[in-house]
Write a protein that binds this ligand. Sequence first.
Ligand code: G6P
Length: 548
Amino acid sequence: MTGATASGDGPGVTVEFTEATAAAEAAAVAERLVGERVASRLADQDATLWGPEAEPEASIRLAWTGLHRGSRPLVGEIEAVRGEFHAEGVDRVVLAGMGGSSLAPEVITAAAGVPLVVLDTTDPAQVAEALSGDLSRTVLVVSSKSGSTVETDSHRRIFEAAFRANDIDPASRIVVVTDPGSPLESTARENGYRRVFLADPNVGGRYSALTAFGLVPAGLAGADIASLLAEAAAAAPALGADSPDNPALRLAAALGVAHSEGAEKVVFADNDSGFPGFADWAEQLIAESTGKEGTGLLPVAVENTSAPGFVDAGDDATTVVLGNPVETAALTVSGTLGGSLLLWEFATAFVGRLLGINPFDQPDVEAAKKAARALLDAPERAASGPEPLLRDGAVEVYAPGRWQPTDTGSLAAVVRSLLDETPPSGYLAVQAYLDREQDASASVLRPELARRSGAQTTFGWGPRFLHSTGQYHKGGHQNGVFLQLTGDNEQDLDVPGRPYTLGTLQLAQALGDGQVLADHGRPVLRVHLTDRAAGLAQLVAAIQETTP
Ligand SMILES: O=P(O)(O)OC[C@H]1O[C@H](O)[C@H](O)[C@@H](O)[C@@H]1O
């Protein structure tokens, strides 16, 4: 193990290399970045670091480098609101928020071991499950930077109606986090919602872990957000230092060098980091920040350090273990949670400079939203789709684009056709528009498929991933193949004040994104489960039939 950087009593974050050669190559790039004073310029919020085209956006996106100080006053405010709710017997926190508005609080609360119900789904059963909790003890945090995200707006409407139906004044139970002047702020003021936290608008969603977006839901749920900020504050000086020992420079240099040598994927495995699910947060940060203009780093979160994709990673991937080192990982990153959040934010911004892209926009996210909206405006188009290529037991198979499977004789043959389409150094993305709780077994598809395809394989719950890796799928290296999973809904939920149900929205999101991917020339296969449990079992069996 070489290249250990700052740790111990200092910043509390460490980046270590397993191979001396990789450490030396990265050190050379890090030295260059030190010469350009990139770290101190980022800490000072210098918007010129990514070139003139990125400057206008960067100039309104860099306040996150100082949040470990700037967010301190929030701690007391949040604690006071939590105290008020507790005095009223309200201690169950439900968070409605997509992407940057929920991924950080999810990891912060998981690390703290405090419950937080996260709604970042359009699956009717998953939302119904959250509604079935004790509403008399529930506060709903509605988080949206733009204030116009359709999933979050739908959750707000559904919960508002449910509170009312249970004789609870919805206004007294809704807390909003949004940017000043957003449509959500107006709605909150008009409806007299309990509390509105306005976040710093000069921080983008995926860099907002230490703004009100991360701190309000996590703090209301009972996480120690003061310590989190203190951890980040301890790490900040080292991350902003023009020094070859700067852990963020070392990490960025390692990933940048690897990318230049063809390792476009970053495979994450947790090994007792103390913050399970951290990779899901890092996934959005890395994929949305770098996956554009046909380049970028594709994050791949795997189950553990023995998982396929990690133990057998090829030249197209850098393996990163979070927590305790393992010899099979190229890099070990460990430290405090607050320090790690800031470390990856700094490192991602540095990678943006190395790759020559703007790490603060997400130019391809809107396309899927637009396609879903078009389907919602003409629901008959979604309902009267083409006949399936194959109907077999509890599954129906569709291929929405130009690419068509070569063999439609069986489910196993269709899946094999898709896997065969994966280009060398390409990847397979499994996108499950299902219930993260009740259909949790769908996640076994990732290792099963990775083992058989030999390609790096990602797994994302839809529509959650649309606000995360979805940018990379359309904007990054164009070598992905896509397996979408959709399912019949046994129950559906109306979205009050909207002409569609949650189930309609869910299907429109899957079909819309599938169409956009197909328009990019990517192979897309959709397996629709007419019975979710039976269909999933059938799919797993079909995958196991395909030869590795
Ligand atoms: O916070 P919101 O405005 O609701 O946005 C939630 C998410 O929406 C979009 O998809 C962006 O690509 C994400 O970066 C963002 O985190």
